[in-house]
Unconditional design. Structure first.
Length: 360
């Protein structure tokens, strides 16, 4: 009798384990497809609900203003804000700002971040090679609800040149992770219950292996959810702080012809001045190299000229004349010139002799 009841208990335990194993495998294999299908359906429902909600909201506000005055309109606005707060939004913002008081601005950003309950995630500074102006790159984590006010304070303390914001909606992904986590928790509780009822070592080991796998997946889901919670609760603000002497002027919306000509001329003057500054700096920093190169070039030119003169001196007048471009630079009389001079001198001598004889 005891043996039959033992086999009966073992059979029931094995059947329950097999059921959970099949259920777990089925849920794992179908999780991706179910998640994708549920995400698609949820996205379509959310998009439709969002569009209908926006249209209904405007009508509700108008009706509320007409029927009950501004108090009811504020109530409707609060309801809309509460609906939006249920969404999981990750905010990332980047900003470039200029300051004339670099150290004070950096201290303000750090201290104000701590006061708001945030923290500095990263910080680095650098200095220009051509000037004393410094640049700082900071990554700040600011509580999401305090980001807008913090940006306004930064605008008062410095000159914001550019800023960019990106908001990512992770509501669907977050909901899928929560559903999967809850399913894993339920499976964990059931496995713990089975382990309490298990009698054999084989059953305990089988349940333990399954429990280990479930707990591993559960920890992974919870880690992803914690990461999302941090990104949702704390907005990421990347700030580039540049030290300047003068702030960048705000561009004119519709400048006239003369304003554009004036600004272009002034900008060109600055560019020319910067060019000569950089050129002078380049010459000064590479002065030794320039002097060495100049000496080498002069030596090569002189050697080349010396060799040229030596070659010409060894040539005959006919050979020098045959060289291209050397007719005007030949040394000594040209061919035939000596004979002509001799003939002229002989003629002049004979003429002088005849004149003398006639005089006598």
């Amino acid at each position: 009798m005891k043996r039959k009841s033992f086999y009966k208990i073992r059979f029931l335990t094995g059947a329950v384990i097999l059921t959970f194993a099949v259920t777990g495998c089925g849920s794992s294999s179908n999780y991706a497809s179910k998640s994708a299908e549920s995400a698609g359906n949820y996205a379509m429902e959310e998009a439709a609900d969002g569009a209908l909600y926006e249209a209904d909201y405007d009508m509700e506000v108008a009706e509320a203003m007409e029927e009950s005055g501004s108090s009811n309109a504020e109530t409707v606005t609060e309801e809309k804000a509460s609906k939006k707060s249920n969404r999981k939004l990750i905010t990332n913002m980047s900003m470039t700002t200029e300051t004339k008081e670099f150290d004070k601005t950096i201290d303000f950003l750090k201290n104000r971040t701590d006061e708001l309950g945030g923290y500095v995630e990263s910080f680095s500074t650098s200095k220009s090679n051509y000037s004393d102006e410094r640049t700082a790159n900071m990554t700040l984590r600011i509580p999401e609800e305090k980001l807008s006010g913090f940006v306004n304070e930064v605008a008062k303390k410095s000159n914001i040149v550019s800023q960019d914001m990106n908001v990512t909606d992770v509501t669907l992904t977050y909901a899928d992770l929560e559903s999967h986590r809850n399913a894993l928790r339920a499976e964990e509780e059931q496995l713990l219950t089975l382990m309490e009822r298990a009698d054999t070592i084989e059953d305990i080991m089988s349940i333990q292996d399954k429990l280990t796998d479930v707990r591993y997946q559960l920890e992974s889901m919870e880690s992803q959810l914690r990461t999302y919670d941090n990104q949702i609760s704390y907005s990421t603000l990347r700030v580039t702080v540049r030290e300047v002497i003068d702030y960048t002027p705000e561009p004119v919306k519709n400048p006239t012809f003369f304003e554009r000509a004036r600004d272009g001329f002034i900008e060109n003057c600055y560019d020319v001045a910067d060019f000569f500054k950089e050129l002078a700096l380049l010459i000064i920093t590479h002065l030794i190299t320039i002097i060495i190169l100049a000496i080498i070039i002069i030596i090569l030119i002189r050697k080349s000229e010396k060799k040229r003169k030596e070659r010409l001196s060894k040539m005959t007048p006919a050979e020098r004349t045959a060289l291209p471009g050397m007719g005007a630079y030949t040394y000594g009389p040209k061919p035939g010139q000596a004979d002509n001079n001799t003939t002229d001198k002989t003629d002049k001598t004979s003429e002088n002799t005849d004149n003398n004889e006639s005089d006598k």
